[in-house]
Design a protein around this ligand. Sequence first.
Ligand code: AMP
Length: 299
Amino acid sequence: MSLVVLGTVALDTVKTPRGKRRNMLGGSAAHLAMAARFFTPVNLVAVVGKDFPLSHIDFLRRKGLILTSLKKESGRTFRWEGEYKGDMNAALTLNTELGVLSAFHPELSDEEKRMKYIFLANLDPDIQSRLLDSIHSPKLVALDSMNYWIRHKRRPLLGLLKRVDIFVANDAEARELSGKHSLLDAARKLRRFGPKMILIKKGEHGVLFYADNLCFSLPAYPVTKLVDPTGAGDSFAGGFIGYLTKVKTINKQAIKKAIAYGTVIASFNVEGFGLERTAELTFKEIGARLKSYRRNLSL
Ligand code: AMP
């Protein structure tokens, strides 16, 4: 089943203890789609500016992403600059430049409007809502956001939460949005905002899943070669939703396997700057690491 991924396609400048890169290809939708493509065709919905290198568009196309609804507008591409220090568990945002994102109106093809699986990756909640309005009869809608939007667009974000099935957030975002410090309390409060399934990412400490009748944590895959955590959350989400597009029934077993796939793909993504490592990743490598992750869990 095809997946529609709406979000940012960005030029990222990132500094970590392992080095610095300027204007790399990044963005929530790019990272998410690059992970989900291992499971299903992915239609990328985003906007870039006139300054966006053609080589990046070629790259995304070569990786199999469907770019019918990737718009190019006059103006500058969305840019994000961040830094990771110490254990690299949290990104410090140094600069966010919205550029063409400020006036972005996603437009879908008729085929995309009929698609059933939708991931609203980190983006302005007003734009996320507009996209959802144009989908005819979605089967599964997932949403991600971040502190930037929680602070600037809280009300539209709360409205949107009523309309989605899955909400994915990191620990700091879950705490900020819910006003609760304990992650379990935060998950319960977020559930009351609307989504049936809540996933709270805890960086190197793994993921907490919460639904009315199911609540568990799974660990991260231990990574020895941590280079750049940018996109870890999005590649986790991409692997997670990608796998769910393949299953007939979303039950406990499917959710656990989806989380395992997301965890493993994210563990590769952080081994290189930006999309460097994920770009070269093969399904065979994912399978081998998944096997070792599952083996470790049954100890
Ligand atoms: P993460 O998976 O949380 O590490 O997401 C990293 C990606 O999010 C980067 O590639 C950024 O371009 C993108 N990003 C950063 N800030 C924002 C924002 N305010 N809205 C949408 N995307 C963003």
